[in-house]
Design a binder for this molecule. Structure first.
Ligand code: APR
Length: 263
């Protein structure tokens, strides 16, 4: 029985095989979840959260800035850091991996992207069924009422920040900070999709940060087939049913092309 050989044109180290039974398992799936992390945006030039901070921000530890305590202590410092990150993201575009996932949404009867990324690139690439577990850096919300506020409705503040038009509290980025709980509706939807899927693709995530890191185990315990796509080993690699050891920007388009040929 020959294995389907998927070879990535760019990075020979990514040559890997998806066995025919594994491919058959994917082809026959009705419900597929793609759990994505920072690695999916790496080839769009977006540094992962833990990448070295550059320039003015190099002396700050992101883990010390992305917290509610840091914002309460010094809202301007945290706000300015996010403005710097927003500027960094502004010219970034989806890569071939994002577009391949948007393609897969058209191939499978039910396909959902559950992302830990806050860069909005999945939507920009054309995915529509998306669960943003950690929020979205392009949105602001009231730091007191926790509701999204359009920038046009906000009140400018003398210190360069913006305030809620209703209660006057500072606006903050609509992202999940360390020590905060994830948005309830997003978390509930992610767990529900994981428990009901036939296949879960874990793509470009170190599988370390909870509760997202539990989704592959929950899916596997409910009977799903787990495929990891990552150039590096992660804590999930041992328990995954299949591992495609490669970069998502190369692997995913090959996988989408193979699925389109077979389905
Ligand atoms: N293709 C696929 N995977 C890649 C690529 C690539 N081109 N480049 C790097 N990776 C992998 C890395 O090997 C690593 O396993 O992507 C993973 C990125 O891991 P993290 O930087 O820990 O990002 P993530 O898993 O999304 O972190 C989860 O923690 O940092 C906080 O809130 C932040 O959402 C983030 C969460």
């Amino acid at each position: 029985m020959t294995n389907e050989q998927i070879t990535e044109g760019v990075d020979p180290s990514s040559n890997f095989q998806l066995s025919t039974p594994d491919l058959q398992r994917l082809i026959s799936s009705k419900r597929v979840v793609a759990l994505t992390g920072a690695g999916v945006s790496a080839e769009s030039g977006i540094p992962t959260f833990r990448d070295a901070q550059t320039g003015l921000w190099s002396k700050y530890d992101p883990m010390q800035l992305a917290t509610p305590e840091a914002f309460a202590r010094n809202p301007k410092l945290v706000w300015d850091w996010y403005q710097w990150r927003r500027d960094l993201f502004r010219d970034k575009k989806p890569n071939a991996g994002h577009y391949a996932l948007a393609e897969m949404e058209k191939i499978f009867p039910h396909f959902v992207v559950v992302t830990q990324n806050i860069d909005g690139l999945h939507r920009m690439a054309g995915s529509t069924a998306i669960v943003e577990l950690h929020g979205n850096i392009s949105r602001d919300k009231c730091s007191r009422e926790n509701v999204v506020i359009e920038r046009a409705q906000a009140k400018a503040s003398a210190d360069g920040l913006f305030k809620c038009p209703r209660c006057g509290a500072y606006l903050r980025p609509d992202v999940v900070w360390f020590g905060e709980t994830l948005p309830r509706d997003a978390l509930d939807r992610a767990f529900q999709e994981a428990m009901q899927c036939d296949v879960l693709l874990s793509i470009g995530t170190s599988a370390l940060v909870e509760p997202a890191a539990s989704l592959p185990r929950i899916a596997q315990e409910a009977g799903a087939f787990i495929i990891e796509i990552n150039p590096d080993e992660t804590p999930l690699s041992q328990s995954a049913d299949a591992v495609l050891r490669g970069k998502s920007g190369g692997v995913l388009p090959q996988l989408a092309a193979l699925l389109k040929r077979k389905m």
